[in-house]
Each structure stands twice: as structure tokens, then as C-alpha cells.
Design a protein around this ligand. Structure first.
Ligand code: ADP
Length: 432
């Protein structure tokens, strides 16, 4: 039997003391691990980054003692933001932490600073733990704990911090994904809304001329049954129906052509064409329209215009769109002028009107699909689908040309398009 004070008794007491100390440490570690699990459960219930950080700031004190706790997040495009979860937060501190955080992110290593007094005397904290936040091999930032006292942290504290960092990184990743999904969803909803609006606009724009066609034809039919029906009335009704049919046809062509031109699926039908003829042959119809609407239309063609390579149908439709807008946006008594001339950039066609004009902010955007000029309250001043000028731009660009507008509100608009004199697709010279 071992005597009190003997070597054997001494060893046993040491062993017991060590075991007790280890048990106390183990139990402390185990309750800290349980605390990490509880924090993890709480942050995993949220998909909101601010809420997640707030939970960590509130509950991390269960794990570690600190005077300052912050998260340094690497945002998109190299920007970074420091979010202080506990303690003070000022610019000097930010600069200091940023250096430590940058190092930890670059080296992908956690850092345990036991006493930084000599290394950085301006720094208010002598003990620090900086742990990188990583998810799926991507650096998200760091979590930082700092204490004023030296030697405040041990390797165990670093391990506990690391466990928390693992959970936090996963929660940040999930929150970011959720935000991305929300953006995508909102984008989809916007696209859906736009598609619905567009469908409504197109249906509305097609329904109007269709009503004119059916109304005119019904009237023409009932008149035709009467023997005393004046021929000119029937003629007028048929003209109205035909004009409305052409409007519908034009709109449908614009819709189809815009899609095909965008997908580069429209084969241009290149020929050497006479722009003067293309413009002159349209004038009778536009003179009639001008007369009906009490407007004036004039044409001026330079004498030296050569034949140029183009798709007559497409450029004809561009001119029709510009003229139809010129009529649409001028009041009765208004003037419309068409001019064709040779310039350094090729053959230039101009369609000018003295109508309502277009504010400068819209000069480029009116050539985008569906864009329409808005009033000072942001309300659309729409009177069409917003496809006409998009088609014009795509068609002119498919010819290697350019289209633009010069205009001021209240002072009319001039639309210009230039078409090159040669085309790689039609390298044979025009026959005389
Ligand atoms: P829409 O079918 O709406 O007329 P466009 O693409 O042809 O579509 O034109 C886009 C917008 O540009 C129009 O909604 C209108 O606000 C403006 N716009 C086009 N031409 C003129 C013009 N000659 N005068 C004033 N505004 C014009």
C-alpha cells in the first residue's frame, strides 16, 4: 500500500489532477461545439445575409471572448466591405483589419496573433484570430475576432472559430444564391410582363385595321345589294379596306423581319437599285394621304445618284416606316420632306417633318426594340408597337449603312440613313 507522501501517491495525484483538468477542458470544448451547432442551426434557418451576420454577432460571444468581431466580405469585382458585428468600427481599424484579412484570403490560412503589440503599436488589439471564409473553393472573405489583452486566444479558440467559419461560409453562399435566384426570378417576371404587354400591343394594333377591313367590307356588301348604290362609295370602302389590310401586312412584316434580322436569318435580295425610282413610285400614295390629312409632302432628289446595291423590298419598307411615323407625329397642316443625295458615306436618304420632335435622351433608344418616348411623368407616348425604327436600324445595318435622328421637341425631326455605294455581296458592276 502506498504511503501518503510517497512517490507513487504523488504520481497518482498528478494523474488525477491532469485527468480532472482534461475533463473540465473537454467539457468546456464540448459545450462550445454545441454552441457552434446552435449558431449553425440559427443561421441556416435564414437566407438573408444581414440576418445571418446579426445572429453571429449576437451569439458568437458564447464561443469566444472578444472586444471586436467583424466579417470582411469580398464582393463582386474586387470590392470589399467590412461589417462590424461587435465592438468599435473606425477607418484606422478598417485599414488594419483589411491587411490581415487580405493576407488570410491570399494565403488561405487562418491566423492566430497572440500579441501584436510590437508589430503594430497603433493597433488597439493585441490578440487576434482571422479565419478565411471559403465555400466551394471560392474565397468569400474572413471572420475576425480581436481582444485588447495579449495572449487572449489559444489553438482551441482558433479551432472553434474555424468551425463557426465553416458554417458561416455555407450560410453566406446560400444567402447569395438565394439573392441571385430572386434576381433571376424578378428578371423572368419582368420579361413575362413585357411579353404580355407586347402581345397586348400587337393584338391591339392588328385588331384596329382588322376592324376597318371587316367594317368596310360589310358596308360594301350591304351597299352592293342595292341597285342605286353609288359606285364611288363602294370604291372608297374598298380603298379603306385595302389600306387597312396593307397596314396589317406591314406590321406583321416588321415583326417577322425584326426577328429574322436579329437572328441573321434574313437573306437579303441584293440588286443594283435606283433610289430615285424607289422614292418616286411611293409618292402618289403619300400625296393622297397628305391631301386627306391636310399635310404637305415634297420630294427632292439629287441628279447624280448612281445605282446602289440594296434589297429594294427592305429599304422600301424602311422608307415607308419613316414616312408613316412622319405622318403619325405631325398635326394637320404639317410638312414632310424627303431628300436623297450623294455624300461621302454613300447615298443618303432623309425624311424630315415639322411635327412634335423627340427629346435628345431618346435619340438613340428609339431604334431599340419596343422603345417609346415617354412624357415628363414617364408615361409612354405610344401610338404603335415601338418596332418600326428597330426594324429600320436592323435593315439599314444589314446593308452596312447607318441610321440616326436629329430632332428637338416642338421643332420637328429629321431621320437620316446612309447606304454604301458598294456591297461585298454584289461585286458585279451594274449593267448600263
Ligand atoms: P411606334 O410604332 O411606336 O411609332 P417606332 O419604332 O416607329 O414605333 O418609333 C419609336 C418611337 O419614336 C415612337 O413611339 C415615337 O415616340 C418616336 N418617333 C418616331 N418617329 C417620330 C417622328 N417622326 N416624330 C416624333 N417622334 C417619333
Amino acid at each position: 500500500m502506498a504511503q501518503p507522501g510517497s512517490l507513487e501517491t504523488q504520481n497518482r495525484d498528478d494523474l488525477l489532477q491532469t485527468t480532472r483538468r482534461l475533463l473540465v477542458e473537454l467539457s468546456a470544448l464540448s459545450s462550445r461545439i454545441t454552441a457552434v451547432q446552435e449558431i449553425a442551426a440559427a443561421i441556416n434557418r435564414s437566407l438573408n445575409l444581414e440576418d445571418i451576420l446579426e445572429i453571429v454577432g449576437r451569439q458568437a460571444k458564447w464561443l469566444l471572448d472578444f472586444d471586436h468581431c467583424s466579417v470582411f466580405l469580398v464582393e463582386e469585382g474586387d470590392a470589399a466591405r467590412l461589417k462590424t458585428l461587435f465592438g468599435e468600427s473606425d477607418q484606422t481599424l478598417y485599414e488594419n483589419l483589411r491587411q490581415f484579412a487580405d493576407n488570410a484570403i491570399a494565403s488561405r490560412q487562418s491566423q492566430l496573433i497572440r500579441d501584436s503589440w510590437t508589430a503594430a503599436p497603433a493597433h488597439p488589439f493585441r490578440s487576434q484570430i482571422i479565419i478565411p471564409l471559403e465555400s466551394e473553393n471560392q474565397a468569400l472573405g474572413t471572420i475576425n475576432f480581436a481582444a485588447r489583452a495579449p495572449h487572449a486566444y489559444t489553438q482551441d479558440d482558433l479551432r472553434i472559430g474555424y468551425l463557426l467559419a465553416l458554417q458561416l461560409a455555407a450560410a453566406i453562399r446560400n444567402a447569395r444564391r438565394f439573392t441571385e435566384m430572386q434576381w433571376l426570378y424578378a428578371g423572368l417576371r419582368r420579361a413575362e410582363q413585357m411579353r404580355d404587354d407586347l402581345t397586348n400591343m400587337i393584338v391591339h394594333d392588328l385588331a384596329n385595321p382588322l376592324n376597318v377591313i371587316t367594317g368596310s367590307l360589310q358596308l360594301a356588301q350591304s351597299i352592293a345589294q342595292r341597285t342605286d348604290a353609288p359606285a364611288h362609295v363602294q370604291q372608297k370602302l374598298l380603298e379603306n379596306a385595302l389600306a387597312a389590310g396593307k397596314r396589317m401586312e406591314g406590321l406583321i412584316k416588321d415583326i417577322l423581319n425584326v426577328s429574322r434580322l436579329e437572328a441573321q436569318q434574313l437573306q437579303l435580295n441584293w440588286t443594283w437599285a435606283d433610289v430615285a425610282e424607289l422614292l418616286r413610285e411611293r409618292m402618289p400614295a403619300y400625296h393622297t394621304q397628305a391631301q386627306q390629312e391636310d399635310k404637305q409632302i415634297t420630294l427632292e432628289i439629287a441628279p447624280d445618284l448612281p445605282l446602289i446595291p440594296l434589297d429594294v423590298q427592305l429599304i422600301g419598307r424602311v422608307v415607308d416606316n419613316l414616312l408613316s411615323n412622319a405622318f403619325k407625329y405631325t398635326l394637320s397642316g404639317g410638312r414632310i420632306h424627303i431628300a436623297a443625295a450623294l455624300t461621302g458615306a454613300g447615298c443618303r436618304i432623309a425624311v424630315s417633318d415639322d411635327g412634335q420632335g423627340i427629346p435628345a435622351a431618346h435619340h438613340t433608344r428609339i431604334f431599340d426594340k419596343f422603345h417609346q418616348v415617354t412624357d415628363t411623368q414617364g408615361q409612354s407616348l405610344r401610338s404603335g408597337t415601338g418596332l418600326g425604327l428597330a426594324f429600320c436600324r436592323l435593315a439599314v445595318e444589314a446593308h452596312g449603312g447607318r441610321i440616326w435622328v436629329e430632332s428637338q421637341p416642338g421643332q420637328g425631326s429629321s431621320f437620316y440613313l446612309t447606304l454604301p455605294l458598294n456591297s461585298a455581296q454584289l461585286n458585279q458592276e451594274p449593267s448600263e
